[in-house]
Ligand binder design. Structure first.
Ligand SMILES: [Zn+2]
Ligand SMILES: [Zn+2]
Length: 577
């Protein structure tokens, strides 16, 4: 898909126009186009081919022409014209806090600075001193900004940060003087990667609270410790800031620091039109404070429902909230069982009984045992014979468990082979309750081949869920190329679900694809792919992705009663596809 590339070109055009001091209206229209394209759930090429570019809100005739030109020729003359004589890094520099377009232009003119490293060098040599508008303080701020920019480039996976932050919150919530504590920022929005972490706390005796925070055992370095704010680096390298605010402003501060930027800008706009002002301290009319203790206060005074944090990306949630049609998002407590867990029969570490006991402790009614099949050799995948034995063994355990309402579900994470056939014969697949189809090899096949492979497995009457549908590993590789539209179309038609794999490094489907799945009528499974019991908590991450995708309980097959789930799986065999 060219969506991201085209979005960043429009973003760049807006940046350069801003550098050149063009009028705000034009700049903003390009920024809006960038954001709208970045959020699209469909391939922009297909929209263009259907002649529907201008149906996208925010995209006018001239934007559409530029997009068409790029799709047809691989070039966009407007972009080339604007970028003429401007270096990429100069454009990046204007986003560094303490700089801004005017300073960047001045530094370029006076000192020929085009790069961040040149700027640092110039500061070191004292060459900025005496330039117009550059006081000592300003130089300090620029240096701070550069440092901040560098760390912001290093984002951390949500699943790495999440448990660390939970531990901090759990340790601080009982500290004397703390009346409320809550993480904010992209972590609260469950974005798949997070930058620095902001935790907000309402309470008195700020200094004492901050001291408890900076002295937590996992802190590796104290960066700052004041009365209302402390800042530390944790063992994982994560920077965490704790702010102590007045009880009276806790809600507004939480709203403010949760973001996203786009969401908050849109809210401020609505406030302005109503003659109101919102800030981290509250919502105001003139000097009069109308609210701020609760997050709801802000939204209510703006005539809106409280928007769940995961939706706050300005992707239509504000309008939905104004019109009272926010979805009732899926919650962790709706999940009735994990649909993808490995046991010690292959590369997992736990026995069936251990898994059953643990799943019950998670409040589940069932848990799916889905071990690998023979093609995945490193995992000692099962062949037909061993899989049949596994089925027998699970039957025995279930007999033992019967009476307390919990059961293990017999499944297999069956490899989709290079030619699209399944790794286990249909005869044996037929004996399972659920079959997961997975690609673990042949990633370098062409988009067409991979797509055909997945389509073939979707058309196998025994395959119920395609797991980790794009194969990405966030820390290591992008996924294989696959035509998601075709996959989703077939999945919807055949009653095959797609997985949100909750494993921290996968989160696959991601939020954009999961939202698209819903739009295309595909049912979604949320599962952990746990190989150890202490990985089953990651269900929360998958639920976060689903919430970001606007999914509700009915969209997710493992929120259904077990009977309905198994019927959904069996239905496919009845109506052979
Ligand atoms: Zn797998
Ligand atoms: Zn797996």
């Amino acid at each position: 898909m060219k969506n991201a590339e085209i979005a960043s070109m429009f973003e760049r055009i807006a940046d350069v126009l801003e550098l050149k001091g063009e009028n705000n209206f034009r700049i903003n229209s390009y920024r809006k186009v960038a954001r709208v394209i970045g959020d699209l759930t469909h391939d922009i090429k297909e929209i263009a081919e259907a002649g529907k570019l201008e149906d996208i809100p925010g995209i006018g005739k001239s934007h559409a022409e530029k997009i068409e030109e790029f799709l047809q020729t691989g070039r966009m003359s407007k972009y080339e014209e604007v970028m003429e004589g401007v270096s990429e890094e100069t454009v990046t520099m204007m986003h560094i806090s303490g700089l801004g377009p005017k300073t960047v232009i001045m530094l370029n003119k006076e000192l020929g600075i085009e790069r961040i490293s040149q700027l640092e060098e110039a500061i070191k040599q004292g060459r900025l001193k005496g330039l117009k508008g550059i006081a000592e303080k300003k130089i300090e701020n620029i240096l701070k900004g550069i440092k901040l920019f560098r760390t912001s480039q290093e984002r951390i996976a949500l699943g790495v940060a999440f448990p660390v932050v939970n531990r901090i919150v759990n340790q601080l919530k009982d500290v004397k003087g703390v009346s409320a504590i809550q993480p904010a920022g992209s972590l609260r929005r469950m974005k798949e990667t997070v930058g620095d972490i902001d935790i907000l706390c309402a309470g008195k005796q700020g200094r004492k609270i901050i001291q408890s925070f900076v002295n937590l055992p996992e802190v590796s370095e104290i960066l700052a410790a004041g009365v209302t704010k402390g800042s530390v680096r944790m063992d994982e390298g994560l920077q965490v800031d704790l702010r102590v605010v007045e009880k009276d402003s806790f809600g507004s501060a939480l709203q403010y620091f949760t973001g996203s930027k786009a969401h908050n800008i849109h809210l401020r706009d609505i406030a302005r039109k109503k003659g109101l002002k919102i800030s981290e301290y509250g919502i105001f009319r003139e000097k009069k404070k109308l609210g701020g203790r609760l997050e709801e206060d802000i939204y209510k005074k703006l005539g809106m429902e409280l928007v769940p944090p995961e939706l706050r990306e300005d992707r239509g949630e504000i309008e939905a909230s104004q019109e009272g049609r926010l979805p009732k998002l899926i919650e962790l407590k709706d999940i009735k069982g994990d649909l993808h867990v490995h046991s010690n029969w292959t590369d997992g570490s736990s026995t069936f009984e251990e898994i059953a006991r643990y799943a019950r402790k998670c409040g589940y009614e069932y848990c799916v045992i889905s071990d690998h099949t023979k093609s995945t050799r490193i995992a000692h995948g099962l062949d037909e014979e061993r899989l049949l034995k596994e089925i027998e063994e699970i039957n025995k355990i279930n007999k033992k468990l019967s009476g307390d309402g919990f059961r293990l579900i017999k499944a297999s994470e069956c490899d989709i082979k290079n030619d699209g056939s399944m790794d286990i014969s249909d005869k044996v697949l037929a004996k399972l309750d659920i079959v997961l189809g997975a690609i673990h090899a042949g990633f370098k096949q062409s988009k067409e081949q991979i797509t055909e492979r997945i389509l073939a497995s979707i058309h196998n009457p025994y395959v119920n869920i395609i797991v980790h549908p794009t194969g990405r590993l966030m820390s290591q590789r992008e996924g294989y190329e696959v035509d998601m539209d075709k996959v989703m179309e077939a999945a919807a038609k055949t009653g095959t679900a797609l997985e949100i794999n909750s494993f921290w490094d996968r989160l696959d489907l991601n939020d954009v694809n999961a939202r698209k799945a819903k739009e295309m009528g595909v049912k979604v499974a949320i599962s952990t792919d746990a190989h150890h019991l202490d990985q089953m908590w990651m269900m929360q991450l998958g639920v976060g992705v689903a919430r970001r995708a606007w999914l509700v309980k009915q969209d997710i097959i493992n929120t259904w009663p077990i009977k309905k789930l198994l019927e959904f799986c069996k239905r496919k065999t009845k109506h052979k596809t």
